[in-house]
Design a protein around this ligand. Structure first.
Ligand SMILES: Cc1ncc(COP(=O)(O)O)c(C=O)c1O
Length: 461
């Protein structure tokens, strides 16, 4: 590609493409990065710059880019058929993937409903739970609301936003949403509710809220262990198990949204496994296809599924579907991704990388403007603060997190902040040396943005 072609692409990108979650007035002033190809844990732009994919292309890449086994599976499927719908018929990869998902998911989840993004997997779960209560055999109850945690994120479709709790994303749409109930996120570093003893106070609060609303609560929807877009807020151990027990006790469905945590991210295949929990409904997306193609899935128990069975005229059918439901190319990518977990012993090897990362992260703990360093499996969050002692956040408009990520990008690392929290979620294929490289870049970027040139100068002397 010559320079003129590159300039043309960049111009069109700035003037025609509307990017998600992006203030386009700022974007129009930037020199956009346009990715040309990928290679392992790296992405390469049209100018030939290599970037370590430190956010796994929006938390979805698993084994790296251009993985031979996944590429081959997709190419082979292309020689058969690219797409055929699941409305009224089936296709080979969709059937095989459903069988595989039931095998690897927490025991008891026996039915697989496909869709095409994390948000639609949640949308399906919410509609399923709502309809379940109207149709289950005994006793039928009109349960018409949902419980979610503050700062939760479940995607951007209206149902998913209705059970979301991030004010700066969601409040503008409030008049369009159905009402839901929220419980405080148990997040020890910044618990709005209990000053850090979440195991006692926040657990108790959850029970109070569930007990009070049990008659109306169709489901409690939760991101197990880690609330992603809300800032990588990590729940204390035992919270998920406790929530599952409460849902059982008060006859409320539990929806586990593992769109971000599923497929190894927390160190186990699913976050629910850490606490031995089987939700009634499980939402999967992102890593399901290795980060290759938009296939998502909502898994349900027999108990939920059976409520939808009946005579045709009873209208118990689950009236939901998408054109690309069960897309064969995406399903073979998912099958190859899961198979690679097994053949490469990915999760076993990941444990060493998780431990190594934990050790190397120690260096950030003494930084003047690092308030908290959190890690669950291969999810890392470094929260930047103006004042460590008082945990004073940087003003939103300072874009401190963004500026750190901009510096990292200039030095060859792609990451995206969550306000002032720097997030690291590299593909599992990353090597020890690449982890070091990633951390060196972040380290320099944080110092450069939060401490300016002073510290460099001191170290140099
Ligand atoms: C927990 C969770 N649920 C749902 C979604 C939405 O997924 P998608 O962007 O594929 O719609 C996300 C996306 O980040 C997520 O983190």
């Amino acid at each position: 590609m010559n320079d003129e072609q590159k300039h043309h692409l960049k111009d069109i990108d700035r003037t025609v493409v509307w990017h998600p979650f992006t203030q386009m007035r700022d974007y129009a002033d930037e020199d956009p990065i346009i990715i040309s190809h990928g290679d392992g844990v790296y992405l390469v732009d049209i100018d030939g710059n290599h970037y370590l994919d430190g956010f796994s292309s929006m938390w979805c890449n698993v084994h790296g880019h251009r993985v031979a086994e996944i590429d081959c599976a997709i190419r082979a499927q292309l020689d058969r058929v690219a797409h055929s719908t699941l409305l009224g018929l089936s296709n080979i990869p969709a059937v095989q993937l459903a069988e595989k998902l039931v095998q690897i998911a927490p025991r008891g989840l026996s039915r697989v409903f496909y869709s095409d993004s994390g948000a639609t997997a949640v949308e399906v779960a919410v509609k399923m739970a709502f309809q379940y209560w109207q149709q289950r055999a005994h006793p039928r109850r009109k349960k018409d609301t949902f419980l979610h945690l503050t700062k939760s994120y479940h995607g951007d479709t209206m149902g998913a936003v209705s059970v979301g709790g991030i004010a700066h994303f969601h409040s503008v749409y409030r008049p369009l949403l159905f009402s839901s109930i929220s419980a405080p996120v148990p997040h020890p570093y910044r618990c709005e509710h209990c000053n850090g003893s979440c195991d006692k106070t926040c657990f108790g609060t959850l029970e109070k809220i569930i007990a009070e609303h049990a008659d109306r609560l169709a489901a409690f929807i939760v991101e197990p262990l880690v609330q992603g877009a809300g800032g990588m807020l990590m729940h204390p151990p035992g919270y998920l198990k406790y929530a599952a027990e409460l849902c059982d006790k008060y006859d409320v469905l539990l929806i586990a949204d593992e769109v971000a945590t599923g497929f190894g991210r927390t160190g186990k295949m699913f976050a629910c496994e850490h606490e031995n929990v089987t939700p009634d409904i499980l939402c999967l997306g992102k890593g399901l296809t290795g980060g290759y193609l938009p296939v998502a899935a909502t898994l349900a128990t027999d108990e939920v599924y059976n409520a939808f069975l009946g005579d045709y005229a009873e209208m118990k059918t689950f009236f939901h579907g998408h054109t690309y439901t069960g897309n064969p190319l995406g399903c073979v990518a998912a099958l190859a991704t899961i198979e690679k977990f097994e053949t490469d012993r990915t999760l076993e090897k990941l444990q060493y990388k998780i431990a190594y990362l934990a050790k190397q992260l120690q260096r950030f703990r003494d930084f003047t403007h690092v308030g908290d360093v959190r890690q669950t499996g291969f999810i890392v969050a470094i929260e930047l603060v103006l004042d460590r002692k008082n945990k004073t956040p940087y003003p939103f408009e300072d874009r401190t997190g963004h500026r750190v990520c901009d510096v990292a990008r200039e030095n060859g690392l792609l990451i995206r902040p969550l306000v002032n929290t720097v997030v690291l979620m590299p593909p599992f294929a990353i090597t020890k040396r690449e982890i070091d490289h990633m951390l060196d870049i972040i380290c320099d970027a944080i110092i450069a943005v939060t401490e300016g040139d002073e510290r460099w100068h001191e170290e140099f002397l």
